[in-house]
Design a protein around this ligand. Structure first.
Ligand SMILES: Nc1ncnc2c1ncn2[C@@H]1O[C@H](COP(=O)(O)OP(=O)(O)OP(=O)(O)O)[C@@H](O)[C@H]1O
Length: 596
């Protein structure tokens, strides 16, 4: 089972679509390494020809100076070309993988419940789509040829060294072993030390963010001592951990790196070789070849260590990508139906958030909203009102029961048709980094300029837009024109008016309730909701007195349904909410008077 999971989730599993490029790049890199080793052998032959003029003979061909130079040129070209093309192929594979992963992620995310994206935050998804995909790109582009090289080069070199002279081979291996042991000693507590270091770095990041985010509070309530102290303590802990890490591993690690650099191996082979030459128990050619090869072997040791880290990091990125690709998608009906009337009905609906073990957020919900009527959802905080609203456009799917529009289960309606049937006006509005005109028009790309302006007028935002220096061409979004919350909301109301869907879900705004804005928002909403089926999450009870139906929620269940007067007579939760609301309004009124 575990094996199966690893098979599906490993780093190599995610790279399956570009396995051809990966294998080809590895093969070319391996040929490159072998040709380089051969080049070094031929180079030493050339040198010994120059020094001794007693050419070797292989398969009847005399390897004299001219022949070795020709061979040297050929091998150098092969080594260069194969290494060059290994990188070309690995880069092509990397770009293709990046494109495949981004497309797959985007297609998959378009089909997962929108609720998942909201709960996890688009920032996290953006990080995976950008950073993690990028890290796999780098892995395929740079590490794949390196992996082939770091396997082929040391092993082939060792074999050749043993063939040339086992004593020289042992001399170079002994240096490598010494280097590895020193590195292992340096790394003995590295996991624990790294964790501590990472933790202290995280603490600093948190303290910096807290310090910056809390600035308004700090400026008002704190002279900076306590928040700055937390930052300072985190910095101190970081410095301690870094020093500790350096003290324990820095010296042996540096020593290990020096031992594993080419020079010590070169010296060991040279020293052993000179003794053997003096004893006449070795050819000059053998010593020169061994000197060339052993440096190359030491040279390929450092990338092996660096690669281990890189593989671990890429493995983590692959897992994050696979986790997203594993999120179940919304079921999409094959023979989609189109509702012809726009009444809405919740039938025995049960719903539980994925990340919550036991409690249902909604239990056994039954209610019906007639086409063209206004229904208000009320209840204490956390009662389930927003959840009801978000189930209608399938941000999530219900666990049991069904939600029907015009008698058709919303799961049977094609997503595009459902989108054209229900629109949302939320409190936290989202505007794209684009012109105000395009921000409204996106609701209906076929709309004419006149229609966009008509919608803006109905949403009570036209005059404001016209008053901006660039009018409808002014930029909205984070880096755009400074828009107040109420103005942003009226732009989204204009969007919804232009979309003109038969069902509208409204999360009533309370945040921007300064009297002028409120009046305009109320007018805009009135224009939006004419002749529509409206579901409204109501925070200010005064606005829902005239609703056709009020559904009162408490702890995920419906506790009452009725009109305002009926519910007051019931003496239930609604009556209490109403009394509290009146008290609060009274209090505001009195406060207003005192201020005057
Ligand atoms: N994304 C989520 N993941 C897990 N639980 C959630 C999530 N969103 C809401 N809940 C939980 O579901 C329950 C209903 O929440 P919901 O937001 O629907 O209430 P609400 O009546 O709209 O509250 P409020 O008036 O404060 O907005 C609450 O217990 C809440 O903690």
């Amino acid at each position: 089972m575990k094996k199966q999971k690893e098979k599906k989730y490993g780093l190599w599993a995610i790279m399956k679509p570009v396995m051809f490029e990966i294998r080809l790049a590895m093969l070319l890199a391996a040929i490159g390494s072998l040709s380089l080793i051969t080049t070094l052998i031929v180079l030493s032959l050339t040198l010994s020809n120059i020094m001794q003029d007693t050419p070797l003979e292989i398969f009847g061909i005399k390897l004299d100076l001219v022949n070795t130079i020709i061979l040297l040129a050929i091998m150098t070209v092969i080594a260069f070309l194969s290494r060059f093309y290994a990188f070309v192929v690995s880069h092509l594979g990397a770009f293709r993988l990046e494109q495949i992963l981004r497309t797959n992620l985007a297609q998959h995310l378009a089909e997962v419940p929108l609720g998942y994206i909201i709960s996890n935050g688009s920032g996290t998804l953006k990080k995976v789509m950008q950073n993690d995909v990028r890290s796999l790109h780098t892995f395929v582009a740079d590490s794949v040829p390196m992996i082939a090289k770091s396997i082929v080069a040391p092993f082939t070199t060792l074999i050749v060294l043993f063939i040339i002279d086992f004593r020289l081979a042992l001399a170079s291996i002994s240096i490598l072993i010494l280097g590895w042991l020193t590195m292992a000693y340096a790394m003995r507590d590295s996991k624990e030390l790294r964790e501590k270091y990472d933790q202290s770095q995280n603490d600093i990041n948190k303290a910096v963010i807290e310090f910056a985010q809390a600035m308004p509070v700090v400026r008002t309530f704190d002279d900076g001592t306590s928040s700055f102290k937390r930052y300072n303590n985190a910095l101190h802990a970081y410095k301690e951990n870094l020093n500790n890490w350096m003290r324990t591993s820095a010296i042996p690690a540096k020593l290990g790196m020096i031992i594993l650099s080419p020079l010590p191996t070169l010296l060991a082979v040279l020293f052993t070789g000179v003794i053997l030459l003096n004893n006449d128990s070795m050819e000059l050619f053998a010593l020169i070849t061994a000197l060339f090869l052993s440096t190359g072997m030491a040279d390929s040791m450092m990338p092996i260590m660096w690669l281990q880290n890189f593989i671990k990091k890429s493995q983590a990125s692959a897992l994050k990508i696979q986790e997203i690709l594993d999120i179940p998608t919304l079921s999409i009906s094959k023979n989609g139906q189109t509702p012809t009337s726009f009444d809405l009905e919740f039938k025995n609906v049960f719903f539980k958030y994925e990340n919550v073990e036991k409690n249902y957020a909604l239990e056994n919900i039954n209610f019906r909203i007639e086409s063209g009527s206004v229904t208000a959802l009320v209840g204490p905080s956390g009662a389930g009102k927003s959840t009801i609203a978000k189930l209608i456009p399938r941000f999530w799917d219900v666990n049991k029961g069904e939600i029907c529009i015009g008698g058709v289960n919303i799961k049977e309606i094609e997503p595009q048709i459902l989108m054209n049937t229900v629109s949302f006006v939320f409190q936290d509005t989202f505007l794209f980094q684009d012109t105000i005109y395009n921000n409204i028009k996106m609701a209906n790309p076929k709309a004419t300029k006149e229609e966009v302006i008509k919608a803006a007028k109905a949403a009570q935002i036209h005059d404001f837009i016209e008053s901006l220096p660039k009018g409808y061409e002014s930029k909205a979004g984070d880096r755009g024109t400074n828009l107040s919350g109420g103005q942003k909301q009226r732009i989204t109301i204009a969007r919804a008016i232009l979309r003109d869907t038969p069902i509208i879900v409204l999360d009533e705004a309370t945040a921007f309730a300064d009297p002028e804005n409120e009046e305009e928002i109320v007018k805009a909403l009135a224009n939006l909701t004419v002749n529509k089926t409206v579901i409204m999450i109501a925070h200010r009870l005064s606005t829902i007195k005239n609703a056709d139906q009020i559904v009162v929620f408490d702890q995920g269940k419906i506790s009452e349904i009725g009109k305002h007067e009926e519910l007051l007579e019931n003496k239930g939760i609604y009556k209490k909410l109403w009394e509290n609301y009146e008290k609060a309004s009274q209090w505001n009124l009195e406060k207003g008077k005192t201020n005057e």
